[in-house]
Design a binder for this molecule. Structure first.
Ligand SMILES: Nc1ncnc2c1ncn2[C@@H]1O[C@H](COP(=O)(O)OP(=O)(O)OP(=O)(O)O)[C@@H](O)[C@H]1O
Length: 232
């Protein structure tokens, strides 16, 4: 299995303080499913931001889709980002667009004809249980409903890499399991998935998932040889 992501001795420092992430080295194998765990403040969101190119590292090497992502020309960023679906911790829905139109965004940006957009968007709305909220604007949706729209938007374009930051933080256990099943289905279609979560109940729901654990800005496995921990 080829590697879709490679980090080598990556460090991240915000401002003049100590490093938030230190000597992070790991690879993500194409088509695999990863959970990223660790205590609050360990640096999970920061690591994911490096992955989806919202943050540059202070040092080290990041290769994404086989190319150097740190020295990437600005003009090539949109092309890379289109291959990455992101579920942000704070959702980042477009406020003036309906749930339907938020979910349709990646397909519209990719230039899909309008006639081909409606059916997959309806399918995603049904998947996340929001068919009857299709016309609602984000401000009128609950936190959990907004989270489900954000997830539908992240997966609809069948990205090569799905990055999800606490994607089940605002939903009940049944919906959390349903959403995880959606990620699993996408993974079976070939998308590499990485999910940061505090929810330990989710970890054994994907039997083949591999685990990454961050503690105080350091990965627990400094060799980067990720594996499923015994007992999970
Ligand atoms: N933009 C920023 N500027 C300065 N410090 C930051 C910034 N973003 C995060 N930090 C700091 O980096 C550290 C790691 O934060 P991060 O959000 O990556 O952790 P996390 O593991 O995702 O936490 P949580 O599980 O609570 O979301 C924290 O000490 C945080 O205050």
């Amino acid at each position: 299995m080829a590697n879709i992501v490679q980090f080598e001795n990556v460090g991240l420092r915000y401002g003049d303080g100590a490093e938030t992430l230190t000597d992070i080295s790991f690879t993500l194998a194409s088509g695999a499913f990863y959970f990223l765990t660790g205590p609050s403040g360990a640096g999970k969101t920061s690591l994911l931001k490096l992955l989806y190119l919202a943050q540059r590292p202070s040092r080290g090497v990041i290769r994404l889709f086989g190319e150097d992502a740190v020295g990437l020309a600005r003009s090539r960023l949109p092309g890379f980002r289109r291959r990455i679906g992101v579920v942000f911790q704070d959702f980042r829905l477009v406020p003036h667009l309906s749930a339907h139109d938020n979910i349709a965004l990646p397909l519209r940006i990719a230039g899909m004809p309008e006639s081909d957009i409606r059916a997959p968007v309806r399918e995603m709305l049904a998947w996340v249980g929001l068919i009857d909220r299709a016309d609602a604007k984000p401000a009128t949706l609950s936190g959990g409903e907004q989270q489900r729209v954000a997830i539908a938007r992240a997966v609809i374009g069948r990205p090569d890499l799905l990055v999800a930051d606490e994607p089940t933080g605002n939903v009940d256990p049944d919906m959390a399991e349903r959403l995880l099943h959606l990620f699993d289905s996408l993974n079976r279609l070939g998308t590499t998935v990485i999910v940061a979560t505090h929810d330990f109940h989710l970890l054994n729901r994907i039997p083949n998932a591999r685990m990454m654990r961050l503690e105080s800005g350091t990965l627990n496995d400094p060799t980067g040889a990720l594996r499923h921990p015994p007992g999970l």
